[in-house]
Ligand binder design. Structure first.
Ligand SMILES: [Zn+2]
Length: 1025
């Protein structure tokens, strides 16, 4: 009776019917039937077999099946039946199918383990045989499920070596790959074993690394073996012996004595530790899911903390000091008296502010100084089409430099020998000779001294002369840059390590490449290949060199210049290489320095390298990265600058590097945190570089570097570039930093038309806009956006003129100069994230934040809080450009707070600016914007300015380090031009925002209408309020 019923179900059971059956207690009924049938004096296998098949089917769909089976004692009876039928294949197979579903839950798996199932299964699968493969498959699969919970038992019984032997036997005999599921199940068993420290030890003793490595070497490209290889890689990574980083201490090589404070972090000494990481060993996925999950429990739900709280963190009288930083509010402009209206006739050709957002794509701009000064009208037309014409289309002539394979030459126009053609395509036949004849040491050129008088250093005295000669020999006009001025600025920059040299790219300057570069297409399985190469260090150590070739901790020379290996240097502004180890002939492990006074935040890197051979593939591994994921896994490349290329007329940072991936490595570090010790993991960024020239000096960086000396040089040139009768451009010093550097504050607006009371009144009543950047030193992209904004604001673009005439811009372009100078990624010299100090900054310890906040307090106290506050940042996990703003309602709603959002009043205008940017800026996307207020961000500029200053439009603007996955720049990595354009677009959006506001003056509306209509109505629809 039962078996007819069972067969009928088996024949007709659809997924839906089974689920229905389960919901009606079908599982329990079947399990009871099984127990009854199995306990009969002589069990009827004609009943039991179909019953087992049905159980296997139902069990797959019933999440609580294991538990039910356990409670109804079906586990025991099945195990007993299996034992009885060891030699009866059909019956045994059916029992195993049932056991497979029973063991899918951890509790039942553990119970089966205790009841001897493991021993039984081992009896079934050993020794290796290709008879009864269906049974062996079922048995290995049950075993794999059991070992999830019974792995300790398996280790104790010594099964690790047996599992490895079985793996080898199957691998050897299964040449046609017929039994992949069996091999996979055996590997899963090993993987579960490897979750235990004792399991890993047993695995290593049994030569597991060697066995798995050698069995997979010649089948890495075999698609059908994918399920096997992926598990092998996981096991190898997990069992790779853990070790501390090859550093004497995890703390930064640089320490800075902060007055009146003890180091914020205890000294971390790296020792050989007992690494027990059984619990949380997750597996890195070689996948494309880059979305980072936001945590809702971080959202602020306390309405008091979300409401505006105008307050003051200091005595009110202190605010008066900021009056001096706003001289525009008191200046009487006596000098304007003599020549009213003169500005209209002013001959502008003295000033170099014609270009903004430099782009090679529009070379006519750069030729402007020389060729097109004749007619003012001509220039006006050209400028008029500059920014507005690029709205949402970006650099119009821009096209990616095609999809390059790893072997392709990254430098367009470059001959195979790399020499002989300059950027304009002109041949320079004697260049090679020219470079040779003076026998200049490329290392000397590439790392010039700041001062020629420092004779006792490793560098020859004549460096400065060499650079002078080079500058004369290679005049290269890079807009808004001047090497001589840079040198002077660098000399005055104070660094903790007292840098005496400059990096050539910063000194010489950077010119954006003619084309944007596509994101790097990730080769399938590249991470796997790299991991196998890493494992090979253990298994085939014959070619391992392991020689330290550079170290900040061992300041004596580590290599003679004649040696074959690469030479590294990093003792210059923003440089932060700590140690370089030659691992194999063409492979180097690199460690970057932790932030000063800290033992963490390694992500940014910038170093020089020389002594290379051209067209050879060098592998670099930065082995002490900290973030768990990186855009390097999703198309981003590091940047490279070649000194020889620069001397050939292409002074350009380009995206470079192939076979890039970013993955967790075997280095660990004990960290003591309150309540016990925890373990820190590290990640490797690996990439391969093919250098363009022999014996070149090249620089490699995380992103286009932008130093403090570059900023101060830039500001001086900007100031000189403007027509002082039209553009009000002032540099003030916001404060001195801990490291003794000046933090610049820039004010940009239009000069008053005259010093008449009316004009002065208009001038002084202009609303403020406040922009800050680079609080995080590793986010050099923020500086390029800022550079674009600054150049645009002083330019002749009619939009820029309107902006100047209607606003006063207060700009702090670098909130953390010390961090930038000393090669930090995140922190100040005190080892603190300055963007977590806005709630109560200290005048001595966080001076730039204290005074930036003070300036904002002052503006508020005179009723002049900015229309918009924005802090520019860089984002390492996401693509595109986007903003974070603040909204009470959106935060409460997202947090599903009990507080009725209907009772909260909120001005929704915080969304307007990003909406405008979404329409204007090619790189910007609204879809990544967020307006949630997180508890962890309570002390950031954005939240504090919003809450304490009552600035509803307070933003963080994040620019990807990588590039865009939408809009006109989709699929492209950011070049410096696109970042600069973003800065200009941000300024344009401030104008459109004003036009949309109810308080916008008629006069501005009229002038804007003329301007925008002149641009073929492209922007008309933005004007609709
Ligand atoms: Zn940041």
């Amino acid at each position: 009776m039962t078996h007819i019923y069972t067969r009928r179900i088996l024949m007709f059971c659809t997924d839906r019917r089974i689920r229905y059956m389960i919901s009606k207690g079908g599982s329990e009924a079947l399990l009871r039937t099984l127990v009854d049938a199995a306990r009969a004096a002589s069990p009827d296998y004609d009943v039991l077999r179909p019953l087992f098949r049905l159980l296997a089917k139902v069990g797959l769909r019933d999440k609580k099946f294991g538990q039910k089976a356990l409670e109804l004692e079906a586990l025991d009876v099945t195990l007993i039946l299996a034992r009885k039928n060891l030699s009866h294949s059909q019956n045994l197979l059916h029992c195993l199918w049932a056991l497979r579903v029973f063991s899918s839950s951890v509790t039942t798996g553990a119970m089966l383990g205790i009841n001897g199932a493991m021993e039984l299964l081992f009896k079934v699968i050993t020794p290796y045989t290709q008879k009864r493969t269906r049974i062996i498959r079922a048995a290995t699969e049950v075993l794999a499920a059991l070992l999830k919970s019974s792995n300790r038992r398996a280790v104790n019984r010594g099964y690790v070596a047996s599992l490895l032997r079985l793996h080898q036997d199957w691998h050897r005999h299964d040449t046609a790959n017929t039994y992949v599921p069996i091999r996979r199940a055996l590997l899963l068993c090993l993987k579960h074993v490897a979750n235990l420290r004792s399991g890993r030890e047993a695995f290593l003793v049994a030569q597991g690394m060697e066995v798995l490595f050698s069995t997979t070497q010649n089948c890495l490209d075999d698609q059908s073996l994918e399920p096997i290889i992926s598990i092998v890689v996981q096991i190898l990574r997990q069992c790779y012996p853990k070790s501390p980083l090859p550093l004497v201490t995890a703390s930064s090589a640089y320490t800075f004595p902060v007055p009146g404070s003890i180091p914020s972090e205890p000294l971390c000494v790296l020792t050989e530790e007992d690494f027990e990481d059984d619990a949380d060993e997750e597996v890195d996925k070689d996948s494309d899911s880059e979305e980072v999950k936001e945590q809702d429990d971080d959202l602020e739900t306390d309405v008091n903390k979300l409401s505006s709280k105008p307050g003051l963190d200091r005595p009110e009288e202190e605010l008066m000091q900021y009056e001096a930083m706003c001289p525009e509010l008191s200046c009487s402009f006596e000098e304007l008296k003599s020549q009213p209206g003169d500005d209209l006739n002013f001959e502008e050709t003295h000033y170099a502010n014609h270009h903004h957002i430099p782009t090679v794509a529009s070379p006519q701009w750069h030729g402007l100084n020389k060729d097109q000064h004749s007619g003012k009208q001509g220039r006006e037309d050209m400028v008029q089409t500059s920014l507005l014409s690029r709205v949402k289309v970006g650099r119009s002539t821009m096209h990616p430099a095609s999809k390059k394979g790893p072997g392709m030459n990254p430098y367009p126009n470059m001959q195979s020998n790399g020499l002989g053609i300059d950027s304009s395509g002109k041949e320079i036949p004697d260049l090679q000779a020219f470079l040779k004849q003076d026998t200049w040491d490329i290392d000397v050129i590439s790392c010039p001294m700041m001062s020629a008088s420092l004779s006792n250093s490793a560098w020859p005295r004549e460096t400065a002369e060499v650079i002078d000669k080079l500058l004369q020999a290679h005049p290269k006009h890079i807009p808004f840059h001047d090497p001589c001025l840079y040198m002077a600025k660098a000399r005055r920059t104070k660094s903790v390590a007292d840098f005496k040299t400059m990096a050539f790219p910063d000194l010489w300057g950077h010119h954006p490449p003619p084309h944007a570069q596509s994101m790097l297409e990730r080769k399938r399985g590249v991470q796997r290949i790299k991991i196998f190469e890493d494992v090979r260090r253990l298994i085939e150590p014959a070619d391992i060199i392991n020689k330290v070739v550079f170290s900040l901790d061992e300041p004596w020379p580590l290599q003679d210049t004649a040696s074959e290996c690469l030479r590294f240097y990093s003792k210059f502004e923003s440089g932060n290489l700590r140690k370089a180890i030659q691992v194999r002939e063409l492979e180097y492990d690199l460690l970057v320095n932790a932030d000063v006074n800290s033992s963490q935040h390694q992500q940014w890197f910038y170093f020089g390298v020389s002594g290379m051979r051209a067209a050879v593939l060098y592998r670099f591994n930065i082995i002490n990265c900290e973030k768990p994921n990186s855009q390097f896994n999703y198309g981003m490349q590091p940047t490279l600058y070649s000194v020889r290329e620069a001397l050939l007329g292409r002074p350009t940072w380009i995206r470079m590097g192939y076979e890039i991936c970013y993955y967790k490595n075997h280095y660990r570090q004990r960290t003591t945190v309150t309540g016990g010790a925890s373990e820190k993991h590290f990640y490797t960024l690996t990439f391969v570089v093919k250098f363009p020239h022999n014996e070149d000096a090249c620089y490699l960086a995380y992103h286009y570097p932008y130093t403090y000396a570059a900023l101060t040089t830039h500001l001086d040139i900007l100031e000189k570039s403007v027509n002082p009768k039209q553009v009000y451009f002032r540099q003030e010093v916001l404060c001195q930093t801990l490291g003794g550097n000046s933090c610049p504050l820039v004010t940009i607006t239009a000069m008053p038309k005259s010093n008449s009371a009316e004009h002065l009144e208009q001038f002084r009543q202009r609303p403020y806009q406040v922009i800050t950047a680079r609080v995080h030193p590793g986010e050099s992209n923020a500086s390029w956006v800022m550079k674009g904004a600054l150049e645009f604001l002083v330019s002749n673009d009619p939009v820029a003129r309107l902006l100047r005439e209607n606003f006063i811009f207060k700009i702090i372009p670098m909130l953390n100069p010390d961090g930038v100078i000393n090669g930090n990624h995140r922190c100040s010299l005190k080892g603190e994230d300055l963007n977590r100090q806005w709630l109560s900054p200290n005048a001595y310890l966080q001076p730039t934040i204290y005074h930036a906040k003070g300036l904002l307090y002052y503006l508020r106290s005179i009723g002049r809080s900015p229309r918009v506050f924005c802090d520019f940042h860089g984002h390492s996990q996401k693509k595109n450009v986007f903003v974070y703003g603040c909204s009470i309602k959106e935060t409460l709603w997202q947090a599903e707070s009990a507080v009725g959002t209907s009772t909260v009043l909120e001005d929704v205008s915080y969304r307007t600016l990003p909406k405008i940017l979404d329409k204007l800026a090619p790189a910007f996307t609204m879809s990544s914007c967020s307006f949630l207020v997180e508890k962890s961000r309570a002390s950031t500029a954005r939240v504090v300015v919003w809450r304490e200053m009552g600035v509803s439009r307070s933003y963080t603007m994040e620019s990807s380090y990588c590039g865009c996955n939408q809009g006109p720049y989709q699929g492209l990595q950011f070049g410096s031009s696109e970042l600069e354009e973003m800065g200009a677009m941000f300024c344009l959006s401030l104008l459109i925002l004003e036009l949309k506001s109810v308080s916008c003056s008629h006069q501005l509306l009229n002038s804007a209408a003329t301007l925008l209509n002149a641009d073929e109505g492209a922007l008309d629809h933005h004007l609709q309020r």
